[in-house]
Structures are given as structure tokens and as C-alpha cells.
Ligand binder design. Structure first.
Ligand code: FAD
Length: 265
């Protein structure tokens, strides 16, 4: 089974919000030297891919669209157990919306050769558009099942457990197909061993420009975005502290009145 996992590198979402800064001009988060990590659900997707590969003797490739820094995310993917890694990086991608990113991923996947399974996270840990998976499936002309918690190979099909509000749906789809993956107890990402981290640090990572993947610059970048970001701001949090005077009984009564006024109770 040939599996491609789409890995996005993002600024660590666990950073305290006070450290996030937005550049008002470009309306982008400023990197500010913050630690970069693999988007969390993408690690769950990679874990699932590795389990499927180990059951079926397949091949797992991790693929990213991003700047040269994304090589470190791909190396982590290799240290976890991916067989191959490739980065699509080109200045023309700057300012691309989801359609541009998905177009680049689709061309990269075609360059790798026809996959049986493409895995994406169900949403990225920064923009969280939740749309790359479905757009990519459309571009590749393959079916897509979203919000998948578990998947296994079953009589030539992929059987996927899809999370819905009331429980699960079970889908059986004949490959090739694309799944977007949620976190689940069955896909907790493995920790790479030190030996594997060392080996991965020496592995060459293919880096492709747009011309390497045969994608015209007219499909990506600022000039062709279908989405315009009007404003990007950090949420403001206001807090106020008020001391209630008087005897305990009176304080409690006054607290209840205030909570009722604010419709908390
Ligand atoms: C007008 C506009 C301009 C933008 N300009 C920039 C910019 O200059 N620089 C910039 O970094 N972002 C830019 N963005 C954001 C960028 O377009 C989004 O990161 C992209 O659309 C993916 O959306 P998402 O991260 O919400 O993905 P989601 O749809 O939430 O992601 C789902 C999954 O898709 C896969 N995936 C997503 N992105 C990648 C990737 N890059 N490589 C591999 N797999 C991936 C992952 O598996 C991920 O879990 C811009 C967005 C807009 C609308």
C-alpha cells in the first residue's frame, strides 16, 4: 500500500497567546523565532499510516508545502518511520490560499506516483480551515472521507470509522482514497528513538520547486487567491476584579444578585 501523509509545519500552538504576534501589513503570524512543530493531527495521520504500512508491507511518504524550515518536520516524520520525504518549496507559493497549497500537494503526489491512500490532518493547528483534504481529493479525482478516527485494510477496501455527532459511521472505500484524520487512542504518535533521529538527520530530503512538480506559477500565490483576509487579530481578554464589602451573608446575597445580572446563574 502506497501512502502519502501531508505534513504541515506550524508555530507551536502550545505557546502562550501573549507570545503570538500578528504582522498587520501581511496579516500573518510573525515567526519571531518561535519553535516550529508538525501540526498535531498530522502526527496522528502519520501514526495511522505507519500502522497500516506495517500491517500491509507498504511505503509511507511524508510531503509538505512550506519554507526550507519544514525539512525539520519531514525529518521528524522520517525518524518516526516514514520511508521517504519531500518538500515543495518555491517563492511563488508565498500568499497562497488553500487552493494554491492543495494544487501544489496534488502535483507533488502525482510526481511521487499513484498512491493508494492520502492522509491529511482533519485541520491544521494554525489556520484550521479544514478544507485542504477535500480540495486535494477533488484535485486528485479520488474519494474523501473526513473526520476519521480509525482505519484498517479490509478485504481490499479501506474501512474507516468516521466520527459524527451521535457516534460513528463506518465507511468502506476501494483505494485510492483520501482520509482526514482526528486524534484517537489508536493513533497516538510514537516517539522516535534517538538512533532513528540520528539516522533521519543524515537522510536526504527531496526539495522540489514548482517547475520540478510541473505546476505553473499562475495556479498559486497572492495573485490568484480566492479568499481575501480582511482582518486577523488576537482575541482581547478583559478581566476585572471587584471586592464585595460587608458581612459574609450580605456578600453572598450580593454575589448571587451580580451573577444573576450577568446571567451566569
Ligand atoms: C489569502 C491568503 C493568503 C495566505 N498566505 C499565506 C502565506 O503567505 N503563508 C502561509 O504560510 N500561509 C498563508 N495562508 C494560509 C494558507 O493558505 C493555509 O495555511 C492553507 O490554506 C492551508 O489551510 P489550513 O492550514 O487551514 O489547512 P487545513 O485545511 O485546516 O489543513 C488540513 C490538513 O491539510 C494538510 N496541509 C495543510 N497545509 C499543508 C501544507 N502546507 N503542507 C502539507 N500539508 C498541509 C495537513 O495534513 C493539515 O492537517 C494564506 C491564506 C489565505 C486565505
Amino acid at each position: 500500500m502506497r501512502i502519502v501523509v501531508c505534513l504541515k509545519q506550524i508555530i507551536d500552538p502550545e505557546l502562550p497567546s501573549s507570545q503570538f504576534k500578528i504582522d498587520p501589513g501581511s496579516k500573518r503570524q510573525q515567526p519571531n523565532g518561535h519553535p516550529l512543530v508538525i501540526s498535531p493531527y498530522d502526527e496522528n495521520a502519520l501514526e495511522l499510516a505507519l500502522q497500516l504500512r506495517d500491517q500491509t508491507a507498504g511505503h509511507v511518504t511524508v510531503l509538505s508545502v512550506g519554507q526550507s524550515s519544514a525539512v525539520s518536520a519531514l525529518r521528524k516524520g522520517v525518524a518516526m518511520g516514514a520511508d521517504e520525504a519531500a518538500l515543495i518549496s518555491d517563492p511563488a507559493l508565498e500568499g497562497s490560499d488553500a487552493f494554491g497549497i492543495a494544487a501544489a500537494l496534488a502535483q507533488g503526489i502525482q510526481k511521487l506516483g499513484p498512491p493508494d491512500l492520502v492522509l491529511c490532518g482533519c485541520e491544521s493547528g494554525d489556520w484550521a480551515d479544514r478544507i485542504i483534504g477535500p480540495i486535494l481529493a477533488e484535485a486528485l479525482g479520488i474519494p474523501c472521507v473526513t473526520y476519521v478516527a480509525r482505519a484498517e485494510k479490509h478485504n481490499g477496501h479501506v474501512r474507516a470509522q468516521r466520527v459524527v455527532e451521535e457516534g460513528y459511521e463506518i465507511w468502506e472505500v476501494t483505494p485510492p482514497l483520501l482520509l482526514t484524520i482526528l486524534s484517537h487512542e489508536s493513533n497516538v504518535p510514537r516517539y522516535p528513538k534517538v538512533k532513528d533521529i540520528m539516522t533521519a538527520s543524515r537522510r536526504p530530503i527531496s526539495t522540489w520547486s514548482l517547475s520540478d512538480i510541473g505546476l505553473d506559477t499562475g495556479h498559486v500565490g497572492n495573485a490568484v487567491t480566492r479568499v481575501e483576509i480582511q482582518e486577523l487579530t488576537l482575541p482581547t481578554r478583559e478581566s476585572r476584579c471587584e471586592f464585595l464589602e460587608g458581612e459574609p451573608g450580605g456578600q453572598v446575597a450580593s454575589l448571587i444578585t451580580k451573577l444573576r445580572e450577568k446571567k451566569v446563574i
